[in-house]
Design a protein around this ligand. Structure first.
Ligand code: DC
Length: 235
C-alpha cells in the first residue's frame, strides 16, 4: 500500500489521542467516547493482535515476513466480521505488549493497518456521532485532519505505577523495577523507530495526567473539545 497521508475532509468529527504506554490515553478515549456518543478504537489493540497472531503461528515478531503475515491474518479476520478479536484478554499481557511494539516498527505492518483505522474514523457505525482513536500516530499519520488532537503524557514513574496496579488487578505478578524497565524499552522503541514514531502533531494539545484524576483529565479534554467541535452541548 502506498504511503500517503489522508487529506480528504473528515465526514464525521474525529478525535485523535496519542501518547506513550499507560499515560491515561486509553481511559480518556473511552470516557470521551461514552460522553459524546462516539465510537472508540484502541489502535494499540490492533498491533497487539498482530503480535498475538505471529506468536500463535510460532513466528518471530521482528521478522518482517512473519509480522506481515500476522497483520494480513488479522485484517482478514476483521474483514470477515470477527469483531471480538480485539477484546481478547490475552492481548493485555506484557509479553504481547513488548511483541506489539516490535511488530509496530515494521513499515509494511503499519501500512496494512492504516486503511482499517481510517475506515473506522470515517465510518464509526450506525448511531455514533463521530470517532475517537487512541494510539501513537493518530494525529500525525492516521488522521492528520482530526478535529481535535490530544497528546497525553505522564511521568514514567506514575505510568509504571499505573501499569503495576493494572497487572496486579489481573493477578499478574510483577515488580516495579521490571515494569519500569519494560516501559523504558517500549518508550524507546515507540519514539525512536523510523516508521511513524510516537511524537505530538504540531497542532496537538498536550495533556499531562501525572497529578490529575480520571475525571479531571476528562474535564480538561472536554473543554478543549468544546472549543474545537461545534455541536451539541457537552455537559
Ligand atoms: O497502546 P498499547 O500499549 O496497547 O500499544 C501497544 C504497542 O503498539 C505500542 O508499544 C506501540 C504500538 N502502537 C503503535 O505503534 N501505533 C499505534 N497507533 C498504537 C500502538
Amino acid at each position: 500500500m502506498a504511503k500517503k497521508f489522508h487529506t480528504a475532509p473528515m465526514k464525521y468529527p474525529t478525535i485523535a489521542i496519542d501518547g506513550p504506554a499507560a499515560s491515561g490515553k486509553g481511559t480518556l478515549a473511552r470516557l470521551i467516547a461514552q460522553k459524546l456518543g462516539y465510537a472508540h478504537l484502541d489502535t494499540g489493540s490492533l498491533y497487539r493482535a498482530v503480535a498475538f497472531e505471529v506468536l500463535e503461528a510460532g513466528g518471530t515478531p521482528s521478522a518482517t515476513e512473519d509480522a506481515v503475515r500476522g497483520a494480513e491474518t488479522l485484517a482478514q479476520k476483521i474483514a470477515g466480521g470477527d469483531n471480538n478479536i480485539l477484546n481478547n484478554q490475552k492481548l493485555r499481557s506484557d509479553e504481547i505488549a513488548q511483541a506489539a511494539s516490535v511488530v509496530a516498527t515494521i513499515q509494511p505492518v503499519r501500512d496494512r493497518l492504516v486503511m482499517l483505522q481510517r475506515d473506522f474514523a470515517q465510518n464509526p457505525g450506525k448511531g455514533f456521532n463521530g470517532a475517537v482513536l487512541d494510539g501513537r500516530d493518530i494525529g500525525t499519520v492516521i488522521c492528520p485532519k482530526a478535529n481535535v488532537k490530544l497528546f497525553v503524557i505522564a511521568d514514567i514513574e506514575v505510568r509504571a505505577e499505573r501499569r503495576m496496579k493494572e497487572l496486579q488487578s489481573k493477578g499478574i505478578q510483577a515488580t516495579t523495577g521490571t515494569v519500569l524497565e519494560d516501559m523504558r524499552a517500549r518508550d524507546a522503541r515507540d519514539k525512536e523507530r523510523k516508521a511513524s514514531p510516537l511524537k505530538p502533531a504540531e497542532d496537538a494539545v498536550m495533556l499531562d495526567t501525572s497529578h490529575l484524576s480520571e475525571s479531571e483529565v476528562l474535564a480538561k479534554a472536554l473543554e478543549i473539545i468544546r472549543a474545537k467541535i461545534p455541536g451539541p452541548t457537552i455537559s
